[in-house]
Design a protein around this ligand. Sequence first.
Ligand code: NI
Length: 185
Amino acid sequence: MAARAVRKIGDPVLRRQAAPLDLDVVRSAEFSRLAEDMVETMHVEGGIGIAAPQIGESLRVAVIAIDPASSRYPDMARFPLTLFVNPRITVLDPAEQGFWEGCLSVPNLRGYVLRPRGVRVDFMDAAGTPRSLHAEGFLATVLQHELDHLDGVLFVDRVRDTTKLATVENYARYWAVNASPPTDI
Ligand code: NI
């Protein structure tokens, strides 16, 4: 497995509607390699999530892994490494919550994004088994951010108040008064 180059904003692959995967593809060695490359790239880049279009593959698959032990932000809830294939999101609680987000594909930028605070995600895991997950709080935001990538949407599209866009340096200097998401999603 190998880390791959992360595609950056302006690359058309980040703006495409990604294609769903058939079960036989999910069970192929080629797909396993893609999944390993995504995980490796996410770790090398220091992200807590990555979607296939971010390494140039326009496919509906994303990975999330949150490990507070290896993070500067131990208050974050742990979330084990999970592969989401063909995920579908349903809003369970439409009340909005805001977090500062960043993205491996949008270098040196943070933005304040409001999203529904409770969601359910139906997906296939790495073995092709159907699974369902309920998420609230920051994890709900991370899931929505990742799944947006599969529809060609970046977090900057979701920033309603563009005065709440900041470089990483200025985010730390002016905005980081409360604990906020640390790393790129
Ligand atoms: Ni992202």
